[in-house]
Design a protein around this ligand. Structure first.
Ligand code: ADP
Length: 173
C-alpha cells in the first residue's frame, strides 16, 4: 500500500501549541506529515523564513514521522512535490471556516486528487493565535502555556533585547 502522506501548511509565525496539537494528531493519522512553512509570501511575517523553519523543526523534533520544510509555491504544488494526497488545516472558529472553505474549493479545482482534511482545534487552543502570542510577548506577558518551550525562549530573548518587558505594567484601564 502506498504511504499516506499529508502536508500541513502555514505561516507558523511563530509556532504555537495549537499548531503542535494539530501536528501531533496528524502524525497519528498519516504515515508521514510534511509541515510546510510558507516563505516569501505577500503576508509579512515577524520571524524570518529561516527562523520559522528552525523553530518549527525544533518543536517537531519529537515526532519521528514529521518533517519540516519551507515552500514558496501554491500549497497544492507543494503537496504534489512531496507526494502528498492530503492537506491538513486546523479550524478554530466559524471565521476560520469561511476562509478555509474558499481556499479548499480553489485547491480542489487546481488539484482534485488532493484531499483537504480539517481538524478541529482542541478547546484549550480555541482562542490561541500566533498574532495574539506575539502581542502578549511584546508586552512582556508570560506565554509559556501557549507555545512550545523553544519558542517561549526565543520570544523571551527578543523581549529582553528590545527592553519591552515592562510594557504591560504601564498600561492600566
Ligand atoms: P496561515 O497563514 O496559513 O493561516 P497559520 O500559521 O496562521 O498559517 O496557521 C496554520 C494552520 O494552523 C491553519 O490551518 C490554522 O487554522 C491552524 N491553526 C492556527 N492556530 C490554531 C489553533 N490554536 N488550533 C488549531 N489550529 C490552529
Amino acid at each position: 500500500m502506498p504511504e499516506r502522506i499529508a502536508v500541513y501548511p502555514g505561516s507558523f509565525d511563530p509556532p504555537t501549541n495549537g499548531h503542535l496539537d494539530i501536528v501531533e494528531r496528524a502524525a497519528k493519522m498519516f504515515d508521514r506529515v510534511v509541515v510546510g512553512v510558507g516563505m516569501n509570501r505577500a503576508k509579512k511575517t515577524f520571524f524570518s523564513d529561516d527562523d520559522r523553519i528552525a523553530l518549527m523543526r525544533d518543536a517537531c523534533a519529537g515526532f519521528p514521522n514529521v518533517e519540516v520544510r519551507g515552500f514558496d509555491t501554491l500549497t497544492v504544488e507543494f503537496a504534489r512535490k512531496v507526494g502528498a494526497r492530503f492537506v491538513i488545516r486546523g479550524i478554530r472558529a466559524l471565521s476560520d471556516f469561511e476562509f478555509e472553505f474558499e481556499m479548499a474549493s480553489m485547491n480542489r479545482r487546481l488539484a482534485p486528487e488532493v484531499e483537504m482534511v480539517f481538524l478541529m482545534t482542541a478547546p484549550e487552543y480555541l482562542f490561541l493565535s500566533a498574532s495574539r502570542v506575539k502581542e502578549l510577548a511584546a508586552f512582556g506577558a508570560d506565554v509559556a502555556e501557549m507555545v512550545p518551550p523553544n519558542v517561549e525562549k526565543r520570544l523571551r530573548a527578543n523581549g529582553k533585547k528590545r527592553g519591552l518587558r515592562t510594557g504591560a505594567t504601564e498600561h492600566t484601564d
